[in-house]
Design a protein around this ligand. Sequence first.
Ligand code: AVJ
Length: 328
Amino acid sequence: DSTLAQTNLNTASTTKTEAFLSDVITGLRGNPKRLNSKYFYDANGDKLFQDLMNCEEYYPTNCELEIFSERTDEITDALIAGGDAFDLIELGAGDATKSAYLLKDLLDKKADFTYLPIDISENVISYLNITLPVTLPGLKITGLNGEYFDMLKKAASISSRRKVVLFLGSNIGNMPVPEAIEFCRELRNHLSEGDMLLIGMDLKKDPKVVLAAYNDKEGITKKFNLNLLERINRELGADFDLAKFDHYPTYDPESGACKSYLISLEDQMVKIGGKENIHFQKDEYIYMEISQKFTLMQTDQIAINTGFAPLTQFFDGKKWFVDAIWVA
Ligand code: AVJ
């Protein structure tokens, strides 16, 4: 009944805030200090990421859009060729602009599928549930708000059909390589033989191009990083002074790791949740995010080492980005 539903909802959101608080405290008590980039995506963060995707320097989205708009037919044919009716599960769906190309084509081809977008942002999931059935008439959609593997389990409990998983935008780059490998292994364990993964990975390229994408002139990336401090202020009752932190993006062409830091501009104390005091030395950094870039060889290696067979690769004209289909 509605009382129970309300209680569950409140319990769920309390638990979420508690998990957020405990992750933030652990991360900021650590040495070096760090925050988890998955927390970037509240409603403001979603908006800032959309601005980023539209800014000139941020190339990955445009590359993947080019692939999806120019190779739509081949990509959806390959997904359909995997077998009968399927669940199309997207990890980190965001605004689904890219996947919409595939969804539209699958609908045109009368493929029998349900779209299950998973996202950490509540805001994103309610938006998709409301807008996609309007823009894509006939689409069967069940949005799932939560962590990737929790929601994958939930998806498997709803349906036992063949799974096609989308993991786009080089979201996998938000993990350091060893963690990304562990992630793919776990993902493989959630799949059955013959299931498919369409994975987007950003490739190593001119270091200046990479760094510029994470150091845009308009300062959207800086705002995107500072927004997490603002979110902590708002949701966890902290008193970060955003003016006392600067954004420092780096790219190491050797490892392919693109990392973002916030640097404390002075010696300062920040209070979180009314009781926890965090001390920052002048010039001390918070490690915010990694956006790993890969070699083509690495992409195949990761597939093979984690129990997948690489099937096909699709590139943009500049070969800056790859969308690969791996079979479980
Ligand atoms: C959404 C994780 C793919 O790492 O490129 C963009 C997020 N961070 N600019 C990325 C992001 C800074 C993005 N991903």
